[in-house]
Write a protein that binds this ligand. Sequence first.
Ligand SMILES: Nc1ncnc2c1ncn2[C@@H]1O[C@H](COP(=O)(O)OP(=O)(O)O)[C@@H](O)[C@H]1O
Ligand SMILES: [Mg+2]
Length: 329
Amino acid sequence: MRAIDAMNTFTKYPNTMTRTNKQMQNDTMNKVIAPFVNSEQHWKVQVAALCAGNSRLVFAVACAFAGPLLRPAGIATGGFHFRGGSSSGKTTALKVAASVNGQPDGLQRWGKTGRALESIAAQQCDSLLVLDALELVDQKTAGKCIDKLFSGVGKSRAAREGEPRPRLSWRLLFLSAGELGLADQMAEGMKRARTGQEVRMAEIPADAGAGCGMLENLHGMDGGGSAFSRHIVEQAGRCYGGPGRAWLQWLTENARTLKPDLRQRIQEIERHMLPEAGAGQVQRAGLRFALVGAAGEMATAAGLTGWEPGESERAAITCFNAWMASVKP
Ligand SMILES: Nc1ncnc2c1ncn2[C@@H]1O[C@H](COP(=O)(O)OP(=O)(O)O)[C@@H](O)[C@H]1O
Ligand SMILES: [Mg+2]
């Protein structure tokens, strides 16, 4: 479904999020559309406020706001992968991102069959697809699986009566996590990641370099990263979905100025991000990082995050630099 259709559906039926009736029969989606009183305000205070100062968390949240902006920005399907050791807070960050749009429990995980992955991707069209645990992907088919996601179209399949079924299609941003990167995952299966794949799934080291895994700022909370992680996950599990709904409403109301506003913000972030003309691959990956930074800034301007202006841009640049540093030979 195109973002603009999604927005129209949302305006007509404000309690239904963006899904078609068929998709709404899906149990997971029924959870997503459950109404939550004041969740938007609670989420801002209890979840988003704790993300501030934590580049990976801010970036993950901004990814959720960036999902519906891929199409207006004219950017192809692709995403990011947090790579790092166990208990560094990767799943925590994914849950926090997922709480923008819906129930963060029961995150989707890699390791599905091609068909299941296609149907999940189509359901999340024009939105953020969160996929945890890359290590679950079958090593022999990891490359194919990623190519399938990037291609944006499903396989032609015949229905029982032999008639061709309509092919599924999607454009989406995805946020993944795992203890290994794509190349490692494939290397063990005797294949190498191609540069194109590594650019379309930019791997961000989970370790933020502050001695606290993914985290940099615990907001004075006792008990270290572990307690902080438990707390934010618990809060995200209590109030979710409101910001995603409010965001679609805001996008609908501001549809006329959306594209130029977005373009300008992206260009500004790119200027800060790419001081010298980088290689084409770096530019392409940089554009997607800049989109995420811009989406977070717009959501802040829309009153949805409570962050200071510049917070999301900073997080995107920090994550971009961490990616660059990790891919340098
Ligand atoms: N930054 C951190 N520092 C210390 N412990 C953490 C941190 N983030 C999460 N944890 C703890 O590690 C466990 C797993 O968290 P999770 O977010 O699932 O990490 P991962 O997905 O990286 O394995 C939880 O008990 C959590 O409280
Ligand atoms: Mg995990």
